[in-house]
Design a protein around this ligand. Structure first.
Ligand code: BES
Ligand code: MN
Ligand code: ZN
Length: 496
């Protein structure tokens, strides 16, 4: 991974060296502190020549004139100040980071003419800078190669009205960045490096932050009757794991909230094998498990006042002499039997047992599962929204609101008895595919059969966790989708 830029905060005063970044608003230009960085007044002409109007994310990079102690002055647009939302400060950080040279120090003058940039906003800018800086270059061996990591972390100083408070706010926000970086890194890692055992070991590192981590082995899962999960794993020489993480920062008697992640470290499709083109992307079929792990990191890092359970089902879906076959019937932990029509519909088999186990053991306030579950969700929603399936309106609304706030957006999809019927089969209690139509919905109906009456939501993140278009705050193939969203959900409704 890239070296993370090191952030510090200081009082507003004209920077004395290196690159200075100033903010320009579309409606009324530069602040006093920004103008003080430009005593020779070179920016107005530069703006004119570059036709720079302060549009959000647009930038002008000027070499500082002779006599200036600075190297460069870079103006970054923030758009119309009336249109700035909370998430814009994160995006702005990303837009600023886009202008910085890798590994080079810089100073950001965080002041605008008529909008106060408080501690939270300054911290959000800093977090945006760090999120943008992530790149997966662990396996690039040539330092001079395009994209290879510089060997020194850049130091970024953010100048703002209240640096002490900003520093305090950022101590929490940086935990969020850590969680997103962790999730991205888990997803980006190739499957030869990150199998179920290795993933479980990474999750176990959360113990250092005070998270309780249990790792269930194949033998223990067999005893629990998790034959749906185990059926998927049986085609791989690498054994499965179920990881149970607990963060108990709330009141002792408070029921926990629970997050469950699909962790298929590689999905070949099994005997119902996938086509070759694009199959390499299936190293990311553990994006749900990565988000849950990243979330647990965030909650522990900021000592969230909530009781939270994170459960991830880790398996590899491979074709093999011992792999499960289409037509096989397995008995899940719930006792319900499943006819495996297509071995490539494996995520729901893993989650069915994980959801049942979670509900049975913890009786949580609610369960939210995250899974790169279906290609069909991309047909429906593209890469912009994750699919939200939910049996509880309040939970659905809270999730959707957290999605708006963090711009990890969710779109609610329908569920119902007519869809549920589509996974009935004469050979068992249910089958694991419902045919071509409504593929994401029948997958959700399958999961719902394992949650009883517990409030539950399923997020189909196949289009948003991997391979989604780059944004100001994410340039990586793996976005880390879900970490900021769920941290926000917990923060807004389930703490204190
Ligand atoms: N992991 C895939 C879904 C997926 C596809 C995620 C592309 C990310 C990108 C899942 O296990 C799968 O194979 N789903 C099948 C289900 C079908 C066999 C009913 C699908 O979507 O085709
Ligand atoms: Mn599959
Ligand atoms: Zn899969």
């Amino acid at each position: 991974m890239t070296l993370r830029p090191v952030i510090s905060f200081a009082k507003l005063a004209p920077p004395k060296k290196g690159a200075a970044i100033v903010l320009a608003a579309e409606d009324n230009g530069l602040s006093g502190a920004a103008k003080a960085c430009d005593p020779r007044n070179v920016l107005p002409r530069a703006f004119e020549v570059a036709e720079f109007k302060g549009k959000f994310g647009a930038a002008v990079d000027v070499l500082a004139p002779e006599q200036s102690p600075l190297d460069r002055i870079i103006a970054v647009g923030v758009g119309k100040t009336s249109a700035i939302t909370e998430h814009c400060w994160w995006r702005l950080g990303g837009a600023i980071a886009a202008q910085l040279k890798k590994g080079k120090d810089a100073t950001v003058v965080a002041e605008l003419p008529d909008v106060a940039i408080g501690p939270q906003e300054a911290a959000a800018i800093a977090a945006g800078i760090q999120l943008r800086a992530y790149s997966f270059d662990t396996y690039k061996t040539k330092k001079d190669d395009n994209g290879a990591a510089p060997d020194k972390a850049a130091r970024i100083t953010v100048l703002c009205a209240n640096p002490a408070a900003a520093k305090k706010a950022f101590a929490e926000t940086e935990g969020v960045v850590d969680g997103v970086w962790l999730a991205r890194d888990l997803v980006n890692q190739p499957a030869n490096v990150l199998g179920p055992v290795e993933f479980a070991a990474r999750a176990s590192e959360l113990k250092e932050l005070g998270v309780t981590v249990e790792v269930l082995t194949e033998k223990e899962m067999r005893k629990l009757g998790m034959n749906a999960l185990l059926g998927v794993a049986q085609g791989s020489v690498r054994p499965p794991r179920l990881v149970v993480m607990q963060w108990n920062g709330g009141k002792a008697k408070d029921k926990p909230v629970a997050f469950i992640g699909k962790g298929v470290v590689f999905d070949t499709g099994g005997i119902s094998i996938k086509q070759a083109a694009g199959m390499e992307d299936m190293k990311g079929d553990m994006g749900g498990a990565a988000a849950v792990t990243g979330l647990m990191h965030v909650l522990a890092a900021r000592k969230a006042k909530a009781n939270v359970v994170g459960i991830i089902g880790l398996v590899e879906n491979m074709p093999d002499g011992n792999a499960q076959r289409p037509g096989d019937i397995v008995t899940s932990m719930s006792g319900q039997t499943i006819e495996v029509i297509n071995t490539d519909a494996e995520g729901r088999l893993v989650l069915g047992d994980a959801l049942w186990y979670c509900n049975d053991r913890f009786q949580p306030k609610f369960m939210v599962d995250l899974a790169t579950l279906t290609g069909a969700i991309m047909v429906a929603l593209g890469n912009q929204y994750a699919g939200l399936f939910c049996n509880n309106d309040e939970l659905a609304e809270r999730l959707a609101a957290a999605g708006q706030a963090t711009q990890e957006r969710l779109w609610r999809m329908p569920m119902g008895a007519e869809y549920d019927k589509m996974i009935d089969t004469k050979n068992a209690d249910m089958k694991n595919t419902g045919g071509r139509f409504g593929g994401s919905i029948t997958a959700a109906q399958f999961l719902q059969r394992f949650v009883k009456d517990t409030p539950w939501a399923h997020l189909d993140i196949a289009g948003t966790a991997i391979s989604s278009p780059a944004t100001e705050i994410n340039q990586s193939w793996a976005s880390g989708f879900g970490v900021r969203l769920l941290d926000r959900l917990v923060r807004d409704h389930y703490e204190g």
